[in-house]
Design a protein around this ligand. Structure first.
Ligand SMILES: C[S@@+](CC[C@H](N)C(=O)[O-])C[C@H]1O[C@@H](n2cnc3c(N)ncnc32)[C@H](O)[C@@H]1O
Length: 204
């Protein structure tokens, strides 16, 4: 399972935000929705092997983890407004969509839970190890941790480093979190495709 975690310190933890003002009333819910889109959608399909956890720390009920599972999502379309409308709906009434789960859980609780499942963490950071050095050994079956527009708080980053991890850089340019997810998916797809080619039977 390809898995992403987005630390979203301003994302509103109630259904009380306007779809016409995702950056303001939603606490950068536009950023969240773009990350969800880039994590789970390809052209005309969903990534069934991927999920993304949004750890929302905005008012009024933080923390909340809103998890999207590509294998189970129903009736969601990849535009920001539609994704945000689902975030709004599931915060009001849970279990509306089998592919979206809302839990009262902190970032550290989520990390500890995934670590106990044996997950390996890549912490995305401009000053990490260059992805070009790590490829093609980048582990697809891992959890990629990203900060929002303000970055990942040092205390949360330090907590992740208690578990098996590596800091991973996509270069010295600071990208949007959603762009990082798109780049990672692109690189991981290429690794997966190369692996399938290597393992394909020859001479047919
Ligand atoms: C817009 S950036 C945050 C920038 C923020 N000013 C900071 O210093 O962390 C959002 C997140 O994307 C990831 N990111 C951005 N550029 C990156 C890069 N070149 N390599 C690895 N991760 C990156 C990091 O996880 C970062 O927390």
């Amino acid at each position: 399972m390809r898995e992403f975690i987005l630390y979203a310190r301003k994302a509103v933890t109630s259904s009380n935000f306007s779809l016409n003002d995702l950056p303001g009333s939603g606490g950068r819910m536009d950023l969240v929705a773009r990350c969800v889109c880039n994590a789970l959608w390809i052209s005309h399909d969903l990534r069934r092997d991927s999920c993304i956890h949004v750890v929302a720390y905005g008012a009024p009920n933080p923390p909340r983890v809103i998890s999207f599972y590509g294998s189970l999502l129903r009736d969601v379309t990849p535009d920001e407004r539609n994704i945000a409308s689902w975030i709004k709906k599931v915060q009001k009434a849970k279990n509306l969509n089998p592919g979206i789960r809302v839990r009262k859980l902190s970032f550290q609780q989520l990390i500890a839970e995934l670590a106990s499942d044996g997950r390996f963490f890549y912490i995305l950071h401009e000053r990490g190890r260059d992805i070009r050095e790590v490829l093609p050994a980048l582990k697809e079956d891992s959890t990629f941790v990203l900060g929002d527009h303000l970055g990942l708080p040092a205390k949360e980053e330090n907590f992740v480093t208690r578990f098996p991890h590596e800091k991973l850089s996509l270069g010295s340019t600071s990208y949007l979190a959603s762009q990082c997810i798109a780049i990672l998916n692109y690189e991981l797809d290429r690794i997966a495709i190369a692996g399938r080619r290597r393992n394909a039977p020859v001479g047919i």
